[in-house]
Design a protein around this ligand. Structure first.
Ligand code: CA
Ligand code: CA
Length: 173
C-alpha cells in the first residue's frame, strides 16, 4: 500500500469518529453519535437503553483520549489519531475492542427494538447511515457484520468487526 492510499484510509476512519466534522475528535463527537442513534430509533436519553448508550459513548471517548490525546487538551487531532490511535490500536486490537464494547453493546440494544438480543441487519444498516456511512457502504457493512449469517448482528460480531476495521489497515480493507 502506498502512502497516499494509507492516508486515505486513515482519513476515512478519522472522519467516522469526527461526527461533527470540525477537524478533531472530542467528547462532543461521541455524544453526537449517541444522540443520532437515539433519534433514529425513537429512543429517549432517559430510558435504560439511552443511558447505557451515553455511558458507553463516554467510556469510548475516555478510552480514545487515553490512547490518543497525547497533549491532554481533550481533543484528538488527526496527527494524534495517526500517531497514537491507529498505531496503538493496530498493535493491540483487544484494547480497542474493550474500549468500544460498552458503546457497541448499547448501540445494538438501541437498534434491537424487539429485545431479541441482537440487532437486525436492516437496523444496523440504518445505524451506520445515521453515523455517516454512505448507503452502499452501510448496506455492505451491515451484511458483513452478520458474520454467522443469521440475519442479526450480535455484540461479539460488532466488536470483532469494529476492531478489525480500525486496526487492520490493509490494501483491500
Ligand atoms: Ca469533532
Ligand atoms: Ca490532543
Amino acid at each position: 500500500m502506498d502512502s497516499a492510499e494509507y492516508e486515505r484510509k486513515i482519513a476515512f476512519r478519522f472522519a467516522a469518529f469526527d461526527q461533527d466534522g470540525n477537524g478533531y475528535i472530542d467528547r462532543a463527537d461521541f455524544s453526537a453519535a449517541a444522540a443520532r442513534l437515539l433519534a433514529e430509533f425513537g429512543t429517549t436519553a432517559r430510558c435504560d437503553k439511552g443511558q447505557a448508550l451515553y455511558t458507553g459513548a463516554e467510556a469510548f471517548w475516555q478510552g480514545m483520549a487515553g490512547i490518543a490525546d497525547v497533549d491532554g487538551d481533550q481533543r484528538v487531532t488527526r496527527e494524534e489519531f495517526v500517531g497514537g490511535a491507529v498505531k496503538r490500536l493496530r498493535d493491540n486490537p483487544e484494547r480497542f475492542a474493550e474500549i468500544a464494547r460498552p458503546f457497541l453493546r448499547a448501540a445494538i440494544a438501541v437498534a434491537d427494538k424487539d429485545n431479541e438480543g441482537a440487532a437486525s441487519v436492516p437496523a444496523v444498516e440504518r445505524a451506520l447511515k445515521v453515523l455517516g456511512a454512505n448507503p452502499e457502504t452501510a448496506a455492505l457493512a451491515a451484511q458483513n457484520l452478520d458474520a454467522n449469517g443469521d440475519g442479526r448482528v450480535a455484540e461479539a460480531e460488532a466488536v470483532t468487526a469494529f476492531a478489525a476495521y480500525f486496526t487492520v489497515i490493509a490494501p483491500d480493507a
